[in-house]
Design a protein around this ligand. Structure first.
Ligand code: ARG
Length: 570
């Protein structure tokens, strides 16, 4: 059990003994560390419910509270907060537990869930745009954290491989294809075809009709069009896979929209028969007349021309997933603009009897310097491939400047780790719902809340260990003894790691993990300034080395859960 949860259960017992509701016990790290290390507002909540004086309630809880083995005598502050200051001995003991347990204090959830995480999901023949970039980074991190906490996670890349864009792509393929360009940069060539046909179509109604016809032929299974479609999908996958490889991201399932094609027509028929959907002006819709939010926003599942929609596919996908995985939850990691779509899909799913916890994990936009949606200079979507290449290139300049003596090959390896880490971290450190301005200088800086800053803290610790080894100092894991205030501050942060991951997953907010790691690195630096490590001796030295070692382990592990690697040198 973590120190925080031990304190929580002690408060629960005291609440019960004092005649209050024990479920009100909740201990959190102190908001203001001048008053203590942990706090609880249980007295205030209990007092409010019973219309009593919170400070009196606090006093009565305190009279039953047994924590002398863990803390100094708890104090009451402000409107009734109870504050705890952890004893150095108790902190040392907890730290030694974390150091030795092989899990860094992270306790898996008591009842693991099956969670499907639907993320990345780019569209074939269209470049991934910044929305897909955010989904890819965020979804991967959430999957890693959920797994680390013991959940059964299924990641699924629901790519857009079946849609109206294929009319244009097929027409372009037949008339404008540059085979050489397709071999070199397939996605770029497919996008070119799409764009050219799209532009030509604008003022040419006949062409528009021809293009529409190509799409209909594809949908009806015309062998030639089907073959072109297959090739376009395969080429796009190849490029997507290359990027996922670079980003160290993998999926358990890769079932794109096309996989559900055959299920769409029967699904709509069934919903009609069951009275869940209705015909309306030739189309088929699900109405939510009882819902104030969706009353005027029915979910369209079949157009009057017989075509199916994004929502239809999502419903078929959900049915498939329910049967295949029996999930407890499905998380859809897509941008905030898709909010209405998911509200409609979820509401329809409820009507269909789906009980699964369905969540839209929404996020904001990445903005350019002009505070508008990030675009390239020519006004196009930023391609992920180009963005990552630039990140690595810029990181190489930084690394070569900082460490010119590092062999070229190592410089390149470090640049890859730093460049990709910087892009991922800049995204994850933001609250997912906020829009943020993309800035190379900021994300590649070694100062402030950035990936390079954290990677550098890790590298610093590694170099302390290398130096110790070179000097013949034992680096074996030893007993941690907390004495100095800087050791204390670092130790208190270390033991929070296990708690933080649970909080992060509750609201799907990896930015809290970023903040945690930043604070950890900061406290490490303060500790390193205040407490000599290699220059101290005996048990103090081995305790401090061990403290530094655990810090490095958490930095590596925490960054790893964000999908970010650490170099050994930089
Ligand atoms: N391909 C979609 C897009 O680019 C995202 C798909 C998200 N997943 C889902 N099940 N709808 O906007």
């Amino acid at each position: 059990m973590s120190l925080q949860s031990t304190l929580t259960s002690r408060v629960a017992s005291a609440l019960q003994a004092a005649g209050f509701d024990e479920s009100l016990a909740g201990v959190t790290p102190a908001a203001d560390t001048r008053f203590g290390d942990y706090q609880t507002n249980a007295a205030m909540v209990a007092a409010k419910a019973l219309k009593k004086n919170p400070r009196e309630v606090a006093a009565s809880i305190l009279s039953h509270l047994r924590v002398e083995d863990l803390c100094e005598v708890p104090t009451v502050a402000g409107a009734g907060f109870i504050n705890f200051k952890v004893l150095d001995a108790a902190l040392s003991e907890t730290l030694n537990g974390v150091r030795g347990d092989g899990r860094l204090g992270v306790i898996p959830v008591a009842s693991p869930k099956t969670i499907i995480i639907d993320f990345s999901s780019p569209n074939v023949a269209k470049p991934m745009h910044v929305g897909h970039i955010r989904s890819t980074i965020l979804g991967d991190s959430l999957a890693r954290i959920a797994r680390r906490l013991g959940h059964r996670v299924v990641t699924d890349n629901h790519i857009g491989d079946w849609g109206t864009q294929f009319g244009k792509v097929i027409h372009g393929w037949k008339h404008l294809l540059n085979r050489e360009a397709l071999g070199e940069a397939p996605i770029a060539e497919l996008v070119r075809l799409y764009r050219e046909v799209n532009a030509a179509e604008e003022n040419d109604p006949t062409l528009k009709e021809t293009v529409r016809h190509e799409l209909v032929k594809l949908q009806q299974g015309d062998p030639e069009n089907l073959e072109i479609w297959k090739q376009a999908v395969a080429l796009s996958w190849k490029e997507f896979e290359r990027l996922y490889g670079l980003l160290d991201i993998s999926f358990d399932e890769r079932l794109g929209e096309s996989f559900y094609n055959d299920a769409l027509a029967p699904l709509v028929e069934r919903l009609l028969n069951e009275g869940i959907a209705e015909k309306s002006e030739g189309a088929v819709c699900v109405f939510f007349r009882e819902s104030p939010e969706l009353e005027e926003k029915p979910c369209l599942i079949r157009k009057s021309d017989g075509g199916f929609l994004y929502a239809t596919t999502d419903l078929a996908t959900l049915e498939y997933r329910e049967q295949r995985w029996k999930p407890d939850a499905v998380w859809y990691v897509t941008g905030a603009p898709q909010q209405l779509h998911f509200e409609q899909v979820f509401a329809t799913a409820r009507r269909m009897g789906v009980k699964t916890d369905l969540r839209h994990i929404a996020f904001g936009s990445i903005l350019g310097d002009d505070r508008k949606m990030m675009k390239t200079r020519s006004g196009e979507n930023v391609e992920l491939g180009g963005l990552l290449a630039e990140a690595i290139e810029r990181a190489l300049t930084v690394v070569a400047g900082k460490n010119p003596d590092l062999p070229e090959e190592e410089q390149e390896e470090v640049a890859r780790i730093i460049g990709l880490g910087a892009v991922k971290y800049a995204d994850l450190m933001q609250h997912r719902l906020t829009d943020y301005v993309f800035s190379w200088d900021k994300m590649l800086s070694f100062q402030g809340n950035t990936a390079p800053y954290l990677q550098n803290a890790y590298v610093r610790i590694r170099s302390i260990f290398r130096k110790a080894e070179a000097e013949g100092i034992s680096t074996a894991v030893a007993t941690i003894v907390i004495a100095d205030p800087a050791e204390r501050a670092l130790g208190l942060q270390i033991i929070q790691f296990g708690e933080v991951l649970h909080t992060v997953l509750e609201d799907q907010r990896p930015n809290l993990l970023c903040l945690y790691l930043y604070e950890l690195a900061d406290r490490f630096h303060k500790f390193y300034e205040a407490c000599p490590v290699l220059k101290s001796e005996g048990a103090v030295r081995s305790s401090r080395l061990t403290l530094a070692g655990v810090t490095a382990d958490i930095l590596r592990e925490g960054l790893g859960l964000l999908g970010i690697q650490v170099p050994e040198k930089m």
